[in-house]
Design a protein around this ligand. Structure first.
Ligand code: ADP
Length: 465
C-alpha cells in the first residue's frame, strides 16, 4: 500500500534556524571584499593595479553590503522563525484521511488539485496499475476524459462521472468517480448562506480530489447476455410461429380442398406447436431454477433411485433408436441433499442427449460411484455415449443458452438449445460440479459430482427403504 507523504519542504521545523549561520558567513565575506577593494585601490594609486579592477571589487563590496543590510532588516521584522502557513504549501495528508482512502472497497486515489497522487489504496495496484505517491495522475491513467474530469472538478468543485473502455490487456469497462474535497479549507466555508450563487462565491476552491474506479465489465456482460437471450428466445419462437401461420394461410387458401396436403401440413403444424411448447417449458424451467439458485435444496434423495427411474423412462426412446442404456450403480443408497424433480430433469437431459447425438455408438453407459472428496464422500455420476463426440473448440461454450454444435441436427432431434444450460444451473444450485470430456470419433462423457449427505441421513433413508 502507498502511504501518505512525509513533511513537505518549507513546512519542516528549523528551516529559518539554518539560515542564520549562512547570513553570518556572508557578512564576513563582505568585510574581506571591502579590504580587498581598498587594497586594490591603494595598488592602483601606486600604479601597481588597474584602477578599473579596484572599482569593480569595491562595487561588489557595496552591493553585497546592501544585501546583508536588507536581509538584516527582514530578520528584525520577523525575528521568530515561524513554519509557513498551510495555505502557502500543501500540508501532509492526515493519517485518518489516508486510512479512509485505504479502507475504501474500490480502487481509490486522493489527488492534489493539480493532479498529483497523494494517497493510493491497495486496490489501485490490483485493478489500475502501480501508483506512486508524488507522481502526476497521468503517469497512471492515460484516459484524457478522466484527466480532464479531475482538472475540471478541481476548478469548479462539482463531482463528475466518466465511463471508459479499455482494450489492453483485456476488454473491460470502467467507471471513474471524481469528487472534489475541502480537506483543509472547511473553515473558510460560510454556513449562513442565503442563495446558491452566494454560497458558490463563498466556497473556496477544492484542495483535494478523490478519484475512485468501479469495474463495469461484469454488469455489461450480463446486460449483453440478457439482450442476446431475449433475441435468441424470440428468434426460436418466431421460426415455428412463422411456419404455423404459413400453413394456416395455405390451408385456408390453395389447399382448402386438398385432403392429402391438409393431412401432411397438419402433421408438420403439430410438430411445430410441440417445439414451441418445449421451448416455453425449457424457458420457464430455466427461470424457475435461476430464481431459486441461491437456495440449496435440502431434501435427502437417493441418487441410485433417481438414475434407475430416468433410465426406465428413457428406455422406450432408446429402443426406438436402437441404443442400449447400461446402468451401473452401487446397491446401497447414495444419498445427497437435493430436489428430486430437478435431479430427474438433469439426468434426463444428459441421457436424452447421449441417445440423440450418440445414436451411432449404439450404447449409453450411466455410472454411479462414490469417491473421497476434500470435504467428505462425493457421488460421481457419469453419462457416456460412443457416438461422434464433440470437437474441443465447442466444449467451453456447450452450457451457454441456445448454443448448439450443429443447429440443424439439434432441431431435427427437437432440441431447444437450452438442455445443457438447465443442467448447468441445476448442478450449480446443488453446489455440485459438471465436467465434459470428449474425443471426436469416440463419444462424449458428462460427469456430475455432488456431495454425499451425512451418514445419519443415509441410514435413515436405508431404514425407510
Ligand atoms: P439441444 O436442445 O440442442 O440438445 P443442449 O443444450 O442439450 O441443446 O445441447 C447443446 C448442444 O450440445 C447440442 O445441440 C449438441 O450439438 C451438443 N451435444 C450435447 N450433448 C452431446 C453429446 N452427447 N454428443 C454430441 N453432442 C452433444
Amino acid at each position: 500500500m502507498t502511504t501518505p507523504t512525509e513533511d513537505e519542504p518549507g513546512t519542516r521545523p528549523g528551516t529559518a534556524g539554518r539560515a542564520a549561520p549562512a547570513k553570518a558567513w556572508f557578512a564576513r565575506a563582505m568585510v574581506w571584499l571591502w579590504l580587498a577593494g581598498l587594497l586594490t585601490l591603494a595598488g592602483a594609486a601606486a600604479d601597481r593595479a588597474h584602477p578599473l579592477v579596484a572599482m569593480g571589487v569595491l562595487l561588489c563590496a557595496v552591493l553585497g553590503t546592501l544585501c546583508v543590510r536588507r536581509d538584516d532588516r527582514q530578520v528584525v521584522q520577523a525575528p521568530a522563525p515561524e513554519p509557513e502557513p498551510p495555505q502557502a504549501s500543501r500540508p501532509p495528508v492526515e493519517a485518518p484521511v489516508a486510512a479512509l482512502v485505504a479502507a475504501l472497497p474500490e480502487p481509490a486515489l486522493l489527488l492534489s488539485p493539480d493532479g498529483e497522487i497523494l494517497v493510493a489504496n491497495e486496490r489501485v495496484g490490483l485493478a489500475i496499475g502501480a501508483a506512486r505517491v508524488g507522481d502526476p495522475l497521468s503517469f497512471l491513467v492515460r484516459v484524457p476524459e478522466v484527466l480532464a474530469a479531475v482538472r475540471a472538478a478541481a476548478q469548479d468543485g462539482f463531482p463528475r462521472r466518466v465511463e471508459f473502455a479499455e482494450r489492453v490487456p483485456l476488454d473491460r469497462w470502467l467507471e471513474a468517480h471524481v469528487v472534489p474535497l475541502h480537506l483543509y479549507s472547511a473553515k473558510g466555508r460560510d454556513s449562513g448562506v442565503r442563495g446558491a450563487a452566494d454560497a458558490a462565491a463563498r466556497i473556496p476552491a477544492p484542495d483535494a480530489v478523490l478519484l475512485t474506479f468501479r469495474d463495469l465489465t461484469q454488469q455489461r456482460r450480463v446486460e449483453q447476455m440478457r439482450a442476446d437471450f431475449v433475441a435468441n428466445a424470440s428468434h426460436e419462437l418466431r421460426t415455428p410461429l412463422a411456419s404455423l401461420s404459413g400453413f394456416i394461410e395455405t390451408l385456408l387458401g390453395p389447399a382448402r380442398n386438398d385432403a392429402p396436403a391438409r393431412e401432411r401440413f397438419l402433421t408438420i403444424m403439430g410438430a411445430q406447436a410441440r417445439r414451441m411448447s418445449r421451448l416455453i417449458d425449457d424457458l420457464l424451467s430455466l427461470s424457475r431454477i435461476e430464481l431459486n439458485a441461491h437456495v440449496r435444496p435440502d431434501t435427502p434423495v437417493d441418487l441410485g433411485g433417481i438414475l434407475s427411474h430416468v433410465c426406465d423412462t428413457l428406455t422406450p426412446l432408446a429402443n426406438d433408436r436402437g441404443v442400449v442404456i447400461e446402468l451401473t450403480r452401487e446397491t446401497r443408497p447414495l444419498v445427497i441433499r437435493g430436489d428430486r424433480d430437478e435431479l430427474i430433469r438433469l439426468f434426463e437431459n444428459l441421457v436424452e442427449n447421449a441417445l440423440k447425438y450418440g445414436v451411432t455408438g449404439k450404447r449409453v453407459a450411466v455410472d454411479l460411484a462414490c469417491e473421497a472428496g476434500p470435504a467428505g464422500p462425493v457421488a460421481v455420476i457419469s453419462i457416456r455415449d460412443f457416438g461422434p463426440g464433440i470437437a474441443p473448440e465447442h466444449l467451453p461454450r456447450l452450457t451457454e443458452r441456445f448454443y448448439r454444435v450443429d443447429v440443424a441436427a439439434s432441431r431435427d432431434h427437437g432440441g431447444t438449445g437450452l438442455g445443457l444450460a438447465i443442467v448447468k444451473h441445476i448442478v450449480a444450485r446443488h453446489r455440485g460440479r459438471l465436467g465434459v470430456e470428449s474425443t471426436p470419433g469416440e463419444g462424449a462423457k458428462f460427469t456430475v459430482r455432488l456431495d454425499v449427505f451425512d451418514e445419519a441421513a443415509k441410514n435413515q433413508i436405508s431404514a425407510k427403504a
